[in-house]
Design a protein around this ligand. Structure first.
Ligand code: THU
Length: 133
């Protein structure tokens, strides 16, 4: 289905700032807080490769560092035919900070699909387990 909304638009804009000289794989993310504020992120790579931070985590850390705590939706954009989903590390952090929010994946052709976080991360580890021991 082809659709667009303000969150996707912000993710598309953020993607333009991606710092991806090593992979050339540019990703944008936009995270909506409960008060409507949108926090954006792009992937930021590094010559060590391993210190690269994904677009989703940049958006989350920007939001958290500015005081936001409750979130309603996330959009992720990459230039792939099959829609690019968040990596495993990002899924864990999205779950921890955002819970079961809708995650909308989009490509540059406007193909889009939404998932609930529960579907992207079944049986998640969470702080609840720390409280059980
Ligand atoms: N990347 C993201 O930013 N988000 C994703 O959902 C998948 C992967 C980035 C990390 C790296 O800079 C590049 O894409 C290739 O893996």
């Amino acid at each position: 289905m082809k659709r667009t909304n303000p969150l996707m638009e912000q993710a598309l804009k953020a993607r333009l700032h991606a710092y991806a000289p090593f992979s050339q794989f540019k990703v944008g993310a936009a995270l909506q807080a409960e008060d409507g504020t949108i926090y954006t992120g792009c992937n930021v790579e590094n010559s060590t490769y391993g210190l690269t931070v994904c677009a989703e985590r940049v958006a989350i850390f920007k939001a958290i560092s500015e005081g936001a705590r409750r979130f309603t939706a996330l959009a992720v954009v990459a230039d792939t035919r099959r829609l690019t989903p968040p990596c495993g590390a990002c899924r864990q952090l999205i779950w921890e900070f955002c819970g079961n929010i809708p995650v909308t994946l989009t490509n540059l052709k406007g193909k889009t699909r939404s998932y609930r976080m529960k579907a992207l991360l079944p049986e998640p580890f969470s702080v609840k387990f720390l409280e059980e021991k």
